[in-house]
Design a protein around this ligand. Structure first.
Ligand SMILES: Cc1ncc(COP(=O)(O)O)c(C=O)c1O
Length: 393
């Protein structure tokens, strides 16, 4: 479907507004907190679902020089958007893909001696990052590998190591003892490798890690979710500016008599005369089925805002629609065609995540492709975005 087929906002069931000024403000706030360290940006998974092209372009305009994606295909997409940026590929070097890195000027975040050997053998003359695992037990080399790399120059002969990094498992929780443990392990690794690779920078902190204090900053920090307005913390207020607003159109209103039920499975029953608004968004749009009323024990389910009023989801969220109980609203407060806020200033991405039994991260990255997307301010024409603001790259 091209943009002109769906450019009419009136025909859009759901609209997603991405505030690029808020992304820029969050980037600036992280810069102040990280004071002196380079603030890179993690833009994997289509910039956490917000749109790689517009988001990366804006971050570059704000002074961001280094970007992290998950795999080389994402890196190739980003390269079309930002010809001059430094692009690191977090998931390492998949077998047989060195040519792709060379073609698009991507830097692998090397996670094993085997990957390093493959990179060396291919002879690609691009800098790399070395990834060390300090407690996550996901990707990365161990302290033993760091000792080997420090002792044996042949292992990195001809390879320029630009970055030495690790990733924190518990940075959302300032009190978690794992943070200090990982910091100590990373410091040991960096102490071994810094003299061996004098041109390299060290990096440990994601969004939450930046707020663990200057000890965690090293030369570069790698925030993701905070740029997009999600909270990197548990049990603390979210200081970041909200970035997205997801709205669904009210496409029907219906009156129910007591005893009538709503939606699949007839799980919600009207106890009194009830007014229901039918909204044009469902789980295909990333409005999770877990937001259905009574879906999770002890949880009330989803909540939307219509005309400034909080309205609970009634019954099951289906693929393309969800129903909200608007009985408590003045009759003229909602009419067919109005927009209901699913995620936005009244009900943030983290609250939606909590209500769905997950995190703001998952809500952002699951935002569906069907939303009509609107970027504010609108990216400049000719900068490679179409009318919907999606990157063409
Ligand atoms: C290695 C690495 N660094 C940084 C980040 C960014 O993390 P956050 O979104 O919590 O800031 C991620 C995200 O998952 C990651 O995997």
């Amino acid at each position: 479907m091209n943009s002109s087929d769906r450019s009419g906002e009136a025909a859009a069931g759901a609209v997603l507004t991405v505030d690029l000024d808020a992304v820029a403000a969050n980037y600036a706030m992280l810069g102040r907190e990280a004071a002196g360290a380079e603030v890179a940006a993690v833009v994997k998974a289509d910039a956490y679902g917000l749109g790689l092209g517009p988001v990366a372009r804006r971050l570059a305009a704000e002074g961001c020089r280094s970007f992290f994606v998950a795999d080389a295909n994402e890196g190739a997409e980003l390269r079309k958007v930002l010809p001059g940026a430094v692009i690191y590929v977090l998931n390492g070097l998949f077998p047989g893909t060195t040519a792709l890195y060379g073609r698009h000027g991507l830097r692998p975040v090397i996670a094993s001696l085997a990957e390093l050997a493959e990179w060396r053998a291919a002879g690609v003359r691009l800098p790399v990052a070395l990834h060390f695992d300090t407690g996550m037990n996901r990707l990365g080399m161990g302290a033993g590998d760091a000792a080997l790399l420090a002792a044996d120059e042949a292992l990195t002969a001809g390879v320029e190591v630009a970055l030495v990094m690790s990733h924190l498992a518990c940075s959302d929780d300032r009190e978690h003892p794992q943070n200090a443990r990982q910091l100590a392990r990373f410091r040991e690794i960096w102490a071994r490798l810094a003299p061996r690779f004098p041109g390299a920078t060290a990096s440990l902190a994601n969004s939450g890690g930046i707020y663990l204090g200057p000890d965690y900053h090293f030369g570069m920090v790698r925030p993701g979710v905070s740029l997009y307005g999600g909270s990197p913390f548990t049990g603390r207020a979210n200081p970041f500016r909200p970035v997205i607003r997801a709205e669904a159109r009210v496409i029907a209103l219906r009156e129910l008599a007591p005893g009538e039920t709503v939606g699949y499975g007839a799980t919600w029953e009207a106890a009194a005369p009830t007014r229901i608004a039918v909204l044009a968004a469902g789980y295909a749009d990333g409005y999770f089925r877990a937001l259905s009323s009574g879906m999770r024990e002890g949880e009330s389910g989803g909540m939307v805002h219509i005309g400034g009023h909080a309205c609970p989801i009634a019954g099951r969220v289906s693929m393309d629609m969800a129903m909200a109980d608007v009985s408590h609203l003045p009759v003229d407060a909602v009419k067919r065609g109005d927009m209901a806020e699913l995620i936005g200033p009244h009900i943030g991405v983290d609250e939606v995540g909590l209500r769905a039994g997950t995190l703001g991260y998952e809500i952002l990255t699951a935002l569906g492709r069907r939303y009509m997307r609107r970027y504010i301010p609108e990216p400049e024409m000719g900068s490679g975005t179409n009318k919907e603001g999606r990157g063409q790259a």
